[in-house]
Design a protein around this ligand. Structure first.
Ligand code: SF4
Ligand code: SF4
Length: 344
């Protein structure tokens, strides 16, 4: 891909450009892992300029502990003991929720895997308590607030990398680009992590911030500049990953989820999709949906005693599947009658 077309394709909503019949997990175990992507609240100690106010302005109270534990229990009871469970919590900044570690402890005791997305700002004391309860952390470096605490971010990253699977995003502010690139360059010395230099998108929508050609070039070359230098000495369990295009003649071609977006191949309108059977999402209000695309509307509320979990794949009605999480659900052409062999 050239520097110029990576930006242009962010808003390309064209159909999948080839004739594969279904899109399934490259790792078959991932289709058996039920993922809950759960927004627990919108309180954050940062207020990044590229983040919509309602993602950090504390206008929604945290979920109550009792409701959260009950819903988590019902998910695992409903989808049954043959599946693995991965709960990934987002905010806001979920490490600020007073009951976060208590909920993580409950889930771990039930055999579930637990992950979180964090800005990494909590104290080392907090992370020392958290690490044994977590399987995965996605920690993002937000330069507007974190640059002055770069050493703390580095220290937390190093500590977490020694006990769990850690992904590090460096949010590449165009104005602070050189400093962000220096942070990514420093982080690549931590073994066993993954790192992505993330281009910023206005309000987390579809419009990319303006970058110079040189800045695009650095982000496009991040594998050579950063990723390939990271040492890997340990194996980790993954819950989601590449997807595989399956063709009528049996060919299988793997592709990372973000490539579908970058290449403008993220339109599965009219296809059947297993969001809701392989994963669900919970928004700040406690409303449950199959995916962040909101296709099929809300399934109910986490506190609803009559909550009904979905039992069938849904027909996609959107022309743009906009986030990696939603892309990582099995999809198949409605007229291809293809199944993956995994029932909810
Ligand atoms: S740290 Fe995350 S949630 Fe908080 S303001 Fe920044 S982008 Fe928004
Ligand atoms: S937009 Fe939703 S329903 Fe459509 S393919 Fe993506 S996840 Fe599935």
């Amino acid at each position: 891909m050239t520097i110029n077309d990576s930006a242009a394709n962010l808003t390309n909503t064209g159909s999948p450009s080839d004739d594969y019949l279904r899109l399934e997990h490259s790792n078959a175990d991932h289709s058996r892992t039920f993922v809950v992507n759960w927004c627990l609240g919108n309180t954050c100690n940062y207020a990044c300029s590229y983040c919509p106010d309602n993602l950090h302005d504390a206008s929604k109270p945290w979920t109550s502990y009792e409701v959260a534990e009950n819903f988590a229990r019902r998910v695992m009871d409903h989808y049954g003991p043959d599946r693995k469970y991965y709960f990934e919590f987002t905010g806001g900044e979920v490490s600020l929720w007073k009951d976060f570690l208590k909920l993580a402890e409950f889930l771990k005791a039930r055999g579930a895997r637990v992950g979180m997305i964090s800005n990494g700002s909590r104290s080392m004391d907090w992370w020392q308590k958290a690490r044994p309860l977590l399987d995965h952390v996605c920690m993002s470096f937000h330069p507007e607030s974190a640059l002055e605490k770069e050493d703390h971010f580095f220290e937390v990253a190093k500590f977490l990398s020694e006990g769990l699977r850690l992904h590090l995003n460096v949010m590449m502010s165009p104005e602070k680009f050189d400093a962000c690139y220096a942070v990514a360059t420093r982080l690549k010395n931590i073994p066993n992590v993954s790192i992505a230099m993330q281009p910023l998108i206005v309000n987390f929508g579809s419009e990319l911030y303006k970058y110079t050609p040189a800045q695009h070039h650095i982000m496009d070359k991040q594998y050579d500049l950063i990723v390939k230098h990271i040492k890997h000495t340990r194996e980790f369990e993954y819950f989601r990953g590449a997807m595989q295009k399956v063709y009528a003649d049996g060919r299988r071609v793997s592709q990372a989820p973000h490539r579908f977006i970058n290449n403008g191949q993220n339109n599965w309108a009219g296809w059947k999709c297993k969001v809701g059977l392989e994963q669900i999402v919970v928004d700040f209000d406690g409303k449950v949906f199959r995916g962040w695309c909101l296709v099929g509307d809300s399934l109910g509320h986490v506190a609803d005693p009559d909550f009904k979990f979905p039992t069938e794949a849904i027909t996609c009605t959107k022309t743009m599947c906009h986030c990696n999480f939603d892309i990582m659900a099995t999809k198949y052409r409605a007229n291809a009658a293809v199944e993956t062999g995994v029932s909810p």
